[in-house]
Design a protein. Structure first.
Length: 213
């Protein structure tokens, strides 16, 4: 890891009844290191996009290859791959519009009325609001919590630790957030509860040529 985020996460995990870890995964580097640090006794969920998302132009990164998925599953990870997440706007992706429609339906059920958003989607408004309030790293951790909601058997009231590890070329600090799992369809009835936000020390600089996640 380019920072001390695993040491920080270990301290956060001691302060909350941590059920497991939500880890962004592309090449699987971060997922392997999280598992090596914390070992058995936790739930591990790796979250990302398949390689087809890159091929379709929906994401910049390469996506998770089948061999990486198999390796992480052998470690005990449950892998959730979505064409795009609710916070990855791609107007040509049916999946993005499914997320947006689910979030709008959640709002209608919670508020008793429908919201009309012109020129964008409610999910984009939610994403921008979280980023404005808490920054890019926390927004990414909430995004992971919403992706993890695709697994209906995950405990909705238990704290999970979600990681954000920016590019090795970035001067942004790594982040870990203790929060609960939700989904676009549950967002306004049961949004992710954030218990703690913690950051690493500033990164020392580029570490190697491997991708950060």
């Amino acid at each position: 890891m380019r920072t001390n985020i695993l040491d920080v996460a270990a301290e956060v995990a001691q302060r909350w009844p941590t059920r497991g870890f939500l880890v962004p995964a592309n090449t699987g580097t971060t997922a392997r290191e999280v598992h090596a640090r914390f070992g058995p006794g936790f739930e591990y969920v790796a979250l990302g996009n398949p390689t087809q998302s890159h091929e379709k132009g929906f994401v910049y990164h390469s996506g998770m290859a089948g061999a990486t998925r198999a390796e992480l599953e052998a470690l005990g990870y449950r892998v959730v791959l979505q064409e795009v997440s609710a916070f990855q706007p791609a107007k040509d992706s049916p999946v993005f519009h499914e997320h947006a429609a689910a979030m709008e339906e959640s709002y209608a059920e919670a508020a008793g009325e429908r919201v009309e958003v012109t020129g964008t989607t409610l999910s984009w408004v939610v994403e921008r609001t979280i980023q404005a309030l808490h920054g890019e790293q926390v927004k990414t951790c909430v995004e992971l919590a919403l992706m993890a909601g695709a697994l209906p058997d995950l405990e909705r009231d238990a704290p999970y630790l979600a990681f954000c590890t920016p590019s090795r070329w970035s001067d942004a600090r790594d982040c870990v957030v203790a929060l609960t799992v939700s989904s676009p369809a549950e967002f306004f009835q049961s949004p992710p509860s954030i218990f703690e936000i913690a950051y690493s020390a500033p990164p020392a600089g580029p570490q190697d040529t491997s991708e950060s996640t």
